[in-house]
Design a protein around this ligand. Sequence first.
Ligand SMILES: C[S@@+](CC[C@H](N)C(=O)[O-])C[C@H]1O[C@@H](n2cnc3c(N)ncnc32)[C@H](O)[C@@H]1O
Length: 243
Amino acid sequence: MDNKQFDVMFSGVIGQEYETLKLICPLAAKMSRFVGESIAEFAKTHSDKTLSVLELGGGTGITTLSILSSSESIKVVSVDSEPTMQSQAKQNLQQWVEQGRLTFDGRDALSVLSNTASASVDIMASAYTLHNFLDIYRAEVITEIYRVLKPGGKFINGDRYGLDDLTAHTRTIQNEVAGYFKALIEVNKLDVLQHWIVHLFSDESENHVMRESFSLQQLEQAGFKEIGLTNRCEVNALVTAIK
Ligand SMILES: C[S@@+](CC[C@H](N)C(=O)[O-])C[C@H]1O[C@@H](n2cnc3c(N)ncnc32)[C@H](O)[C@@H]1O
């Protein structure tokens, strides 16, 4: 199945104005840095070879850049099914394409994974992408990520992981919404504000939200070991696991 509902959301104003995300969610750039640091840590103990990274939801290239900067011995395939987003990454990251360290794939995550050989990828890295997936699509993606990773390979995802404490979670989201209004009214970006609020309703819907405990159990059930959640800040956190 595809995930059209979400693709549409990133093809319009949000896709064109993605940089304004820095105003309403400074953590987004920080999370990409955490993803890069986690890869650098992995690369230190695997310094004898070139590491293949499959990035899901590369967007405009913020996370991709952090991944590429984490180690010289990294080669990345960056997947994003939304041309409005991926074309910005292609522009921003041309020099790494020329160096032969980066290629792009415009198919959706599950199609790419389904067409990737078992035990062929060292690292699956992603930021702020998996939470957008419908829960049933995400379940298939997690199973496929486990299959395509090499034994010892690493899953790294910086993303929105909902708090198990629902009251605390709601309070955090309320603060987040207040922050969107404050930041975007200040710069008179009311159209972007409208689209992010609409988008947030999708993020927070029952069939999208990635609740912390459930998500970690889902990784365990897929077969992952050494599952950890770190760097939590509000609803954002870094999740890593080893095949
Ligand atoms: C919020 S952006 C994150 C971009 C980047 N990682 C960052 O942190 O700035 C999520 C990206 O995932 C892409 N995406 C969503 N669903 C997808 C799918 N099923 N397959 C591939 N890409 C998808 C969207 O087009 C979008 O560019």
